[in-house]
Write a protein that binds this ligand. Structure first.
Ligand SMILES: [Zn+2]
Length: 259
């Protein structure tokens, strides 16, 4: 995982503290925007997720209407509020695309900061961390991450990345499209090194889910060499869980290994 932007995290924490928010259900991004002097509106947009227009101390966030089909719009608003708060000297019109929110392409420091702000605002460490701790040890499932996503009203992928940031377990997350790893993230304790662009091995649960099989209710044992060819990886007791990301044709895989 890359290093979080301390100033972005602190700005979001300060806001949560100032507003006295204690529960995920209290994180109303439109109200928070109003508190900051920012109006939020929804319109069909092309080739962008949202943008920020700034006029003095106030702002207007416009979110692509398509983002309201899921909880993604909340992350877009959080991201634009991050720009509003952290980048006052930026252009009066700041446009953000899907890749600036996904962190997969080469994005600027400012986009990283806006993402860190949004993640901390929507899934504050003070509320998210204790819930991850309560999950305990052992192989996690994406269903458990999905329960967190429902509690925080955030997308499964953003929540899974947050989970990887908070868990002490040896876990990795892989986003797979058309049988290849688009991107992956791991905790410090996770030993195998996956490779971006690598083809997912036949015989893994991830390959089966990509081929249309239903995700099981529990994590299943997985062959370490299917993921990484190193000697150290070969000896691990590895578990795998995977779900289809619906209409996007992608699969999200969660890996775990014992100590
Ligand atoms: Zn942005």
């Amino acid at each position: 995982m890359r290093t979080r932007s301390r100033r972005a995290v602190e700005a979001a924490r300060g806001l949560i503290e100032e507003l006295g928010l204690r529960e995920p259900s209290e994180i109303d991004v439109e109200l928070i925007a109003a508190y900051m002097g920012v109006h939020v509106s929804f319109r069909p947009l092309r080739n962008q997720e949202g943008h920020l227009l700034r006029a003095g101390d106030s702002g207007l966030v416009v979110v692509d209407e398509a983002a309201t089909l899921s909880s993604k719009w909340r992350f877009v608003v959080g991201h634009e509020l991050g720009h509003f708060m952290l980048h006052p000297d930026e252009d009066q019109l700041h446009v953000c695309t899907e890749s600036s929110l996904r962190e997969t392409g080469r994005i600027t420091t400012q986009e990283f900061e806006a993402n860190d702000f949004a993640a901390e605002l929507l899934m504050p460490s003070s509320m998210f961390g204790p819930r991850v701790e309560r999950m305990g040890g052992g192989p996690p499932t994406i269903w458990e991450v999905s329960a967190l996503a429902r509690a925080f009203d955030t997308s499964l992928t953003a929540t899974a990345l947050r989970f990887i940031l908070h868990t002490q377990e040896a876990c990795a997350l892989a986003h797979v499209t058309e049988g290849r790893i688009d991107w992956w993230a791991r905790t410090r304790a996770f030993v195998p090194r996956l490779r971006q662009g690598a083809v997912i091995s036949e015989g893994t649960l991830t390959a089966a889910v990509a081929a249309g099989e239903h995700a099981p209710s529990v994590s299943v044992p997985s062959e370490p060499l299917a993921w990484s060819k190193t000697m150290r990886a070969a000896k691990l007791e590895l578990f795998e869980h995977a779900v289809s990301l619906g209409g996007y044709g992608s699969v999200l895989a969660l890996l775990w290994h014992g100590a």
